[in-house]
Design a protein around this ligand. Structure first.
Ligand code: FES
Ligand SMILES: [Fe+2]
Ligand SMILES: [Fe+2]
Length: 492
């Protein structure tokens, strides 16, 4: 059998916690205790719970509160270490460390309350990790409180050892918290934020919707190769539509019920305002995606209400882009996509030539420098001229920018290698594939969508690009700068 990559030690720890089914019994007991306490509390407890979840904040409050003990206890740890190393033993510094520990302890208590409120509503392996996370952080708090007690009695040396141990435990707890959020997605938005449908689409006969009875419909999202679920509710004469997957943990809102003008998730009881999608009750903290609704000939049609900052393009956006005033088209100008395609082809040929050269050919290095220069010029003209213009009609620009960054990083690695080394061959091939992928996706998608700008506008852009290409190649200062950069990347 081929050897398998062993897991790293942190991964092994996380995996073994997640697989520890024996943690379920204590977890349920603790969760029941927390729930009973909250249920016995006065009605206002719901408001307190929502405040602890961060419903008012738009995302969970717990991570923000957790920064209090992390920051202050780290400060105290630093000051204590400086004192232990006799770098600074003033009483002012010692006092500051004590205050930092006290402030952090108060923050840790509030962070724990907010964490517990969130934790009792998560399931399965995340609940197990959450329990260990809480136990480790409770240990950190216990050690810190012990340290504060010793400090009051003037026993500084053991007090510092205790709070240092508390700080270490806190770091372990923070790592587990990070695992839950970044690896497992606990506390992140689970709603489907697809921009589809961008234009009104018919989804159901209006008379199929009964008062306060949620119904799920689905529309395709071709880019994601998935379907988007949307829940429709007729309420007091109006039809409302929002994403059917609950932003809290993905519960099915269409299986929920209507209460006080909101739809309630059957999983943990988050309630979303039917009219706005906003959270009326937690544990959810993120609003639901919203859809505009209209009825045409007895059929309900819906359209996604795009979110601010969203890159999604609609027909209106494209009409606006095509209607923008246009400068005069220079005579004989070629279209931007033609100019860029020609440059892509030139770079492809350069790759082929370098790959075909003998590893010991001294000209290989020179050809690499030519390629580096052309690649840089190409990215520059696209970033400066083409992408800003095409953004109005194509959603590919953000990814294209990211790919440029990745190509620059890969080029830097390639330039550093000796052109006769086997590593160079492998790296050159990888760079070639990356450039080819990027250029091909521009040619097959972005350049096609760019046609929406219209022939004349593309010719104006093409003329600008050709001017800039000439300028970049002819300018002595620019060429010297590019050469210097290449030499620096090569390691002089
Ligand atoms: S999934 Fe938790 S409230 Fe909806
Ligand atoms: Fe590009
Ligand atoms: Fe390109």
């Amino acid at each position: 059998m081929p050897p398998t990559d062993p897991m790293s030690p942190p991964e092994t720890v996380a995996a073994s916690i997640e697989a520890s089914q024996w943690l379920d019994a204590p977890a349920y007991r603790v969760a029941n205790l927390v729930s009973t306490t909250l249920e016995l509390a006065p009605v206002t407890a719901r408001k307190v719970q929502d405040a602890l979840h961060g419903t008012w904040l738009g995302h969970p409050l717990h991570p923000a509160l957790a920064t209090l003990p992390i920051g202050t206890w780290t400060l105290a740890f630093g000051l204590d270490t400086a004192a232990s190393l006799r770098l600074n033993q003033s009483t002012r510094v010692a006092k500051t460390a004590d205050i930092a520990l006290q402030v952090g302890a108060a923050g840790a208590v509030v962070a724990a309350a907010s964490g517990m409120a969130d934790w009792r509503q998560i399931h399965g392996r995340d609940r197990r990790t959450g329990l260990v996370h809480a136990a480790v952080n409770a240990t950190a708090l216990g050690l810190t409180l012990g340290s504060l007690a010793l400090r009051r009695r003037g026993r500084r040396a053991p007090a510092r050892a205790l709070s240092a141990a508390g700080w270490l435990a806190l770091m372990g707890g923070a790592w587990l918290g990070g695992h839950m959020v970044y690896r497992r997605g606990v506390g992140t938005d689970h709603a489907d934020r697809s921009p589809e449908p961008r234009e009104y689409v018919p989804v159901i006969a209006a008379d199929a919707l009964k008062e306060d009875r949620p119904v799920r419909v689905a529309v395709p999202d071709p880019a994601a190769r998935a379907e988007v679920g949307i829940v429709l509710v007729r309420h007091r004469g109006r039809i409302h539509a929002m994403g059917s997957r609950c932003s809290h943990m993905g519960g099915p809102l269409d299986e929920g019920w209507v209460q006080d003008g909101g739809i309630v998730c059957p999983w943990h009881g988050s309630r979303y305002c039917l009219a706005s999608g906003r959270v009326q009750n937690g544990p959810s903290t993120a609003p639901q995606p919203r859809h505009a609704v209209r009825v045409r000939d007895g059929v309900v049609e819906i359209r996604r209400q795009q979110e601010p900052g969203d890159e999604a393009l609609t027909l209106d956006d494209m009409k606006r882009a095509a209607a923008a005033p246009m400068p005069e088209v220079p005579e004989g100008a070629r279209k931007a996509d033609e100019v860029l395609f020609e440059h892509h082809e030139m770079m492809r040929r350069l790759f082929e030539r370098i790959a075909a050269m003998s590893p010991d050919d001294p000209e290989r290095r020179d050809m690499m420098r030519v390629l580096a220069g052309e690649l840089e010029i190409h990215e520059h003209v696209e970033d400066e001229i083409f992408y800003p213009a095409v953004r109005a009609v194509s959603e590919d620009v953000p990814v294209a920018h990211a790919e440029h960054q990745q190509l620059a990083d890969m080029l830097a690695v390639t330039l550093r290698l000796g052109t006769s080394s086997p590593e160079f061959e492998a790296q050159l091939q990888a760079l070639h594939q990356a450039v080819d992928h990027h250029a091909s996706s521009e040619e097959h998608s972005m350049f096609v969508e760019a046609q929406r700008l219209g022939d004349a506008r593309l010719r104006v852009l093409g003329a600008q690009i050709e001017d800039m290409l000439d300028e970049e190649r002819e300018s002595r200062a620019r060429t010297a700068f590019r050469n210097l950069k290449t030499r620096l990347l090569e390691g002089l």
